[in-house]
Ligand binder design. Structure first.
Ligand code: PMP
Length: 380
């Protein structure tokens, strides 16, 4: 409760803090985490790295986190086959902070950010918090990008930030390379409304779930060398199985990184966070060991859901390249959500009316999800 006597910003009155419920239930499939915990070897490495820096905690950490940026550069070379120097990388406390820094640097009063709905529900909050306008263009019915509408909106609005998500949350839809190139071309020929001549939008591709894609979908990081207005946001929270460590990162031209460096808090990334992230990056293969299995679980769960019906209509499941599935439609999705919860399974009621999102868990968790969902379907 915020007392009305507090001089709260007028546009924040009545707002609630963002966040999915954190409930103590046996099966949590609601925030798109990797369900597999770090291995004993990785735990040992984390303890060792934190031990090694503990004696320096009286000092501020490396503000530029150079070692970590080098390690992220090596990781991208291995994971996305892209050769980017450490100057083109940047890290922060989760990709949420990366995104906020991008909005702080490139948004602000009088500017607009453009996204493609339905999409990640935090985006309007970054916009609100930085006094940036927020506009969306609807995706196609299958949740792919509507390229014509997207390009027209860029040209009509002249946003300073175009925000595309690949794979998208909550739908799981990837952005094709052709779509990314079309968006980039539109940004490169469009003038930002109200800005000096020769100022063009940046395209931010949010690749939070990119490691779950199939091999034939390249990462947008491969385009950075040719496109100085492209910024790719990534995270260790999802496939990398490190949500608790809070480490997001940005790959972009040095110009974009330098702009973000202006707005970051001094020493925003603690020495402990840097050490913990370095430890896990040294064990990237182990951290990613279950990704192929989770992809397979996604495909099997999709087929299973598609074999079911609600009131005689087959369940629709959006094509997904992430670790979650978006499925529907249900005349009363809250009923389905609550009945699953009563059976100890927490999923997410988010996005367009009638749809639900479930993230891939361990085999045992998925079995409990299937058992609970069968029971709930029988009640409809
Ligand atoms: N982008 C997308 C699309 C997400 O779904 C999330 C987390 N739900 C994030 C960014 C933020 O993740 P984090 O701050 O943990 O890196």
């Amino acid at each position: 409760m915020i007392p009305s006597s507090l001089p709260l910003r007028a546009d924040l009155r009545g707002e609630e803090p963002y966040g999915a419920p954190q409930l103590d239930v046996p099966v949590c499939l609601n925030v798109n985490e990797n369900p597999y915990a770090p291995s004993p070897e990785v735990i040992d490495a984390i303890v060792q790295h934190v031990h090694d820096i503990s004696g320096t905690l009286n000092r501020y950490p490396d503000r530029e986190h150079i070692e970590l940026r080098k390690a992220l550069s090596r990781y991208l070379a291995q994971e996305s086959h892209v050769d980017l120097p450490a100057e083109c990388l940047w890290a922060a406390n989760g990709s949420n902070e990366i995104m906020l820094q991008l909005f702080q640097a490139f948004g602000g009063p009088g500017t607009t950010a453009l996204g493609f709905a339905p999409t990640y529900s935090m985006y309007p909050e970054y916009a609100r918090d930085t006094f940036t306008g927020w506009q969306t263009v609807e995706r196609n019915d299958d949740f792919t990008l509507n390229r014509e509408r997207a390009v027209k909106a860029i040209e009509d609005i002249g946003p300073s930030i175009v925000l595309a998500t690949s794979p998208n949350n909550p739908t799981g839809t990837p952005l094709s390379m052709e779509d990314t190139l079309e968006l980039l071309a539109a940004c490169e020929r469009t003038q930002v409304a109200g800005a000096a001549s020769g100022v063009h939008p940046i395209l931010v591709v949010d690749e939070a779930y990119i490691e779950f894609r199939s091999a034939d979908v390249p990462s947008a990081t491969t385009l950075i060398a040719e496109h100085p207005h492209l910024a790719v946001s990534r995270t260790m929270s999802k496939a990398f199985a490190y949500a608790g460590a809070r480490l997001g990162y940005l790959a972009a031209s040095q110009g974009i990184i330098d702009a973000v460096r202006i707005v970051r808090m001094p020493y925003h990334l603690s020495a402990v966070t840097q050490a913990v992230a370095l430890a896990a990056l040294e064990h990237a293969d182990e951290q990613l060991a279950q990704v192929a299995h989770l992809r397979q679980t996604r495909e099997e769960t999709k087929q299973w859901l598609e074999s079911l019906q609600v009131h005689g209509n087959p369940i629709r499941v959006a094509d997904s390249q992430s670790n979650f599935l978006f499925f529907g439609t249900f005349p009363d999705r809250e009923f389905v959500f609550n009945e699953l919860l009563k059976r100890g399974v927490l999923i997410r009621d988010v996005g367009p009316t009638g749809w639900l999102r479930v993230c891939m868990g361990t085999d045992e968790e998925m079995e409990r999800f299937r058992d609970a969902f069968r029971e709930v379907l029988a009640l409809l």
